[in-house]
Write a protein that binds this ligand. Structure first.
Ligand code: C2E
Ligand code: MG
Ligand code: MG
Length: 697
């Protein structure tokens, strides 16, 4: 195909020693259109070489044999002198083989003198110039592609690689000689990029023409290198997919900068510790977790006692060094999941999550004080720092994140004013509560051995017959100095310290033995309900413990009911379901305790092997006067019955409540109105004879 040429005059250089032939060529070219061609000529190679580099020529026409050069040497000399200018050889018939060789070496074409027509000459010239032009352009483009630092590739519609530029080969570690069609790009992608390319980038490019996104390559088959990548689908004018191309740029530097900026926004530049913002974020999250899982967290505010002196006497850089070392020491005293942050100056904060107990917190605080007071070396000087620490707890001291920080800060001031180098808890009351809990936790350890526990039994009464369907075992602790302590105080402590495992076992054994005794004493329908706490569920092999209690006591499994709070069941439906099913298979029944206080829906509960549901006291309290309580109680009753659960109302204290529940077809009631928690002997009488029900109207 002839390239349309835009230049008005084609400048031809002719090397021809035969004046006749030269004349003929000139004549032919002026024949076409005198303005189209300008001809410069030489009759020997030496003259030609002199003229060539000066002139700007579009084409060389050359004889192979001139007085000072013969054959291929003539072509080589011209080509070396003007490498970008296309050469057409004019040869005699006998020279055709040399001409062919010259074409192989880079000549554009050759023409045989004898019988050469103007038409053939002009065609050859135009074609040679056009081709040369295209070739030059292609070379330029390739040079650009090879020089760019972006990775450029093309691939067939089926994804086979056709071209990969120098940057790509260098990045992947592929030799220039290697045949790229054997290279599978997927091998150089981390799997997520391979999937992204396959499932999103290529299909989107085919659909929309272009796709832009972030990918990565395994540079030299190893490290992941982030790349911003563009994939383009190239189509024929008819619309068929011709090939795909991609341009990818290494963005690791940008990523590093971004990460660095993010780091600067969240971390303290001196110590590398989280700053106030990040600390607050983490604290907020931790508070959510603590609320959800019923765990405890502590916030500490730490202020160095004598930082200013050191900073003033040893200088700022020594001061910075000291802060770094203090930060590290703090970290060493804590678990990796705890957060140490620097708020500024010599103030640090610490967030301790999942605190098992107060003892544990005290251990940590003692350790912090000891570790901080060990000598440090800064600016070749041995220095001593001490710290004042304020502590507050969540959710014991209920508050938001900022308030917790303020509380810890206030406690830190308290520590400063009580002589420094010590720690204080926020508020005297909190301090007292904490000390009290610590004491109880210690005493609790000895309670079983000293026989300080006993059980009371509260009847659950059938609303229609007054029969006691079951008695709920409620744990009582008779503390040697404090007297009776409510289970709602000591059960959470037992949970925190892990003692709930042995205490729970004791309750099960005791309740089962007692019930077995009642049955032996002629009350065959005696049944007992035992409360199981969340931590007990998680800490122990519940099925094992219960089997042991039943075996030791000789109580049949269907005489035992377990009360479990809804929160606990919701926490891990899958795990609880397995344990519950195992026990259910033995004959043990389950009741959801305190229903309505958690956030479960009946829909979830229907997946669990439950038999009974206890409406929490808080919904019974205002029955039947309060419209909301009435609506809630009614809907719990309707839905439970629909799911085949029997309903027990807790905390029934007044006749009006009883009558309402009877009318609404509640199955059983429990509360002071019918019977308070009783000693075993008193409970036995009610088990035997039933309870006198209030009048129905
Ligand atoms: P709970 O399982 O909801 O037990 C019912 C609580 O309501 C008992 O409190 C009981 O004395 C009280 N109560 C019963 N009738 C009435 C009433 O008419 N009005 C009012 N205001 N209260 C009534 P208690 O004995 O203080 O137990 C508190 C919680 O401690 C129990 O709530 C239970 O969750 C837990 N608990 C008790 N014993 C054990 C035990 O052996 N193991 C475990 N894990 N938890 C236990
Ligand atoms: Mg209960
Ligand atoms: Mg309850």
């Amino acid at each position: 195909m002839l390239q349309p040429l835009t230049t008005s005059t084609i400048r031809v250089f002719v090397l021809e020693d035969n004046p006749g032939d030269l004349h003929l060529l000139r004549a032919m070219l002026s024949d076409v259109d005198p303005d189209d061609y300008s001809v410069t000529a030489a009759d020997c190679l030496a003259d030609a070489l002199d003229l060539l580099p000066d002139g700007q020529f579009d084409l060389i026409l050359s004889d192979l044999n001139v007085p000072d050069s013969r054959g291929l040497d003539t072509f080589r000399a011209l080509h070396d002198r003007a490498p970008g200018v296309p050469v057409i050889l004019i040869t005699g018939l006998h020279d055709e083989s040399s001409a062919l060789e010259a074409v192989a070496l880079g000549a554009q074409d050759y023409l045989v003198k004898d019988g050469l027509s103007t038409d053939a000459l002009v065609r050859a010239i135009r074609y040679a110039i056009g081709r040369n032009h295209a070739e030059q352009e292609r070379r330029q483009l390739v040079a650009i592609l090879e020089a760019t630092t972006d990775v450029v590739w093309t691939a067939s519609p089926s994804g086979r690689l056709r071209f990969l530029n120098g940057a790509g080969r260098r990045l992947f570690g592929i030799d220039a000689q290697e045949d790229v069609s054997r290279v599978r790009l997927e091998d150089y992608y981390p799997s997520w990029t391979a999937t992204l390319m396959q499932e999103e980038a290529i299909p989107s490019a085919i659909r929309d023409g272009i796709w832009l996104g972030e990918t990565a390559v395994l540079a030299r088959g190893e490290a992941e290198c982030p790349m911003s990548q563009m994939v383009i689908a190239h189509r024929s004018p008819a619309g068929g997919l011709l090939y795909l191309s991609g341009i990818a740029r290494d963005i690791s530097e940008r990523k590093r900068t971004e990460a660095h900026l993010a780091h600067l926004a969240h971390y303290d530049p001196v110590t590398g510790l989280p700053n106030r913002d990040l600390f607050r974020d983490r604290l907020n999250l931790a508070m959510h977790r603590a609320t959800r899982h019923g765990t405890l967290l502590a916030v500490l505010f730490i202020d160095l006692d004598n930082f200013k002196d050191i900073n003033d006497s040893l200088g700022h850089s020594a001061g910075d060094d000291l802060l770094r070392q203090v930060g590290m020491r703090l970290g060493e005293c804590l678990r990796s999941e705890d957060t140490v942050a620097r708020l500024g100056g010599d103030e640090f904060t610490v967030l301790i999550e999942d605190l098992e107990s107060f003892e544990r917190l005290q251990v940590v605080l003692d350790k912090l004080l000891t570790e901080l007071s060990r000598s440090l070396k800064v600016a070749d000087t041995e220095v001593f720092v001490t710290a004042s620490i304020g502590a507050t707890l969540y959710p014991i001291g209920d508050a938001d994140a900022d308030t917790l920080l303020k509380q810890a800060d206030a406690a830190m001031y308290q520590a400063k004013s009580s002589g420094r180098n010590n720690y204080q808890f926020y508020s005297h009351e909190l301090q007292l509560r904490i000390e009290h809990r610590l004491m109880l936790a210690t005493d609790l350890r000895r309670a079983i051995g000293r026989g300080e526990f006993h059980l009371e039994y509260q009847p659950q009464v059938d609303v229609r017959t007054g029969q006691v369907r079951c008695v709920e075992a409620l744990l009582r602790w008779n503390h040697p100095r404090e007297g009776m302590i409510s289970p709602s105080i000591f059960i959470p402590i037992a949970e925190e310290t892990g003692q709930i495992a042995s205490i729970g076992e004791w309750v099960l054994q005791e309740a089962c033995s007692q019930c077995r005794e009642w049955r032996a004493a002629g009350i065959p329908h005696a049944r007992v309900a035992v409360n199981i706490s969340a931590r007990q569920f998680r800490l122990t092999n519940l099925a094992e413990t219960i089997r042991a209690a039943l075996d030791t006591s000789g109580l049949p499994a269907d005489a035992l009911e377990l009360e479990i709070t809804e929160g606990l069941m919701m926490e891990n439906i899958a795990a609880s379901r397995a344990v519950l099913r195992e026990l259910q298979a033995m004959g043990v029944e389950f009741a959801v305790d305190d229903f309505g206080t958690g956030y479960s829906s009946l829909a979830y509960l229907k997946d669990l092997p439950l038999s009974h549901l206890k409406i929490d006291r808080s919904f019974v309290r205002d029955l039947p006067g309060d419209a909301n309580s009435v609506a809630i109680a009614r809907s719990i009753l309707a839905m439970s019955h629909h799911l085949g659960l029997s309903v027990i109302a807790e905390g029934v204290e007044r006749q009006a409540q009883f009558r309402f529940l009877l009318a609404e077809r509640c199955d059983a009631v429990q509360g002071f109105l019918l019977a308070a928690p009783l000693r075993a002997a008193e409970a036995e009488a009610l088990l035997r004879n039933g309870v006198r029900l209030p009048d129905a109207d």
